[in-house]
Design a protein around this ligand. Sequence first.
Ligand code: HEM
Length: 403
Amino acid sequence: MAQETENTVWNCPFDYAEALEFDPTLRRIMTEEPVARIRLPYGEGEAWLVTRYEDVRTVTTDRRFSRHAIVGRDFPRMTPEPIVQDEAINVMDPPANSRLRSLVSKAFAPKQVERMRTRTQHVVDELLDRMVEDGAPGDLMENLASPLPLTTICEVLDIPEDERAQLRHYARTMMNTSLDNKDNAIRAKAEMREYFTELTARRRQDPGEDLISALATARVGDEVLDEKELTVMAMVLLITGQDTTTYEIANLSYTLLTRPKELAMLRQHPEALPQAIEEMLRFIPFRKGVGIPRVALEDVELSGVTIRAGDIVHVSYLTANRDGEKFDRPDELDFSREGTSHMTFGWGGHHCLGAPLAITELQSALGTLLRRFPELRLAKPAEEIRWNTTSIWRYPLALPVVW
Ligand code: HEM
């Protein structure tokens, strides 16, 4: 639970992991002090936490807030070792990131992703065939949510099958929030970087049809990506391109399987699935706490609070998604909700590049589950589902189902 100290600095462990309930600390901050001073488990000093939708929009779009200015600072964060690397797209400001974003977004443009849809559906069908062959009960996490995004992104990057599990292991080690894990995280990050340095060099010399080759040979004007940029971009895609989607497939499945009314509605109206997915993405607190912050380059006032030049600023996409000023009855899951976009894929210059791919995977996975298993249900009471407590992501460890 958060404590307010004399200086009104909220001590924020953000370690809440009760199923998919909303973190009470975040709720209190949003209600009591929408722009608050916070202290996080790791990193030096304090930061601001901005929680209202409109203020989050300002911080993520206004050039007075810089991502690049965090490089070299021991910024307040959730993990002992920063996940992000200094050369990564996540810490670039415009115009530096525009070149990279335009290259990568081409690969995930709706038309490209539409082409991946057929392949994604094929993988979903194969995975579910296997689950059926093994017989009920089956674990949706192990049989579907876990392998689908890893397979998809590894196919996009053309990573050999026998190297995929190791890469996933590196990524998961880096997401761990416990201090004991710091040395492992540093090692995992270094080993993954070595792997991608070698792979990207090979692709540069001998390009194939994959996204790394496309990035290695792509030109924007006269420029190509240098070795470091290419290596780190490939790492970012692998790290962010699979686990988030895995956890969201599991979280959305759990949400449907524990809400009979909404599930029945979708079974009757499968055409409503895309909108229902958007609403579940808004509603589900998909991660713990906060991600990568920004630095204010000059004094800025937000909701009556002055943020000073040089201050570190975190935003919460989770609270923005539950802001009563933007969403009517924000704590209700309502599949008929339309209008304001959620912020689960971030906002502004760092909005998720893989969102179209993630949506395709979610539509394919959930759509097939609904179509193929009219009797699908949890194999144990919801209260017995166990949840991850050590990662920045929130998700069930297993999701046993019968059909
Ligand atoms: C449901 C699944 C996913 C969720 C919830 C998600 C969410 C996010 C969020 C919150 C951000 C950061 C916004 C910020 O920095 O403020 C982000 C960035 C990013 N995501 Fe995703 N993501 C998902 C799937 C994917 C996939 C499948 C890929 C790649 C294939 C991907 C690639 C990226 C990249 C490259 C960035 C960095 C963009 C930048 O900093 O310019 N993500 N994502």
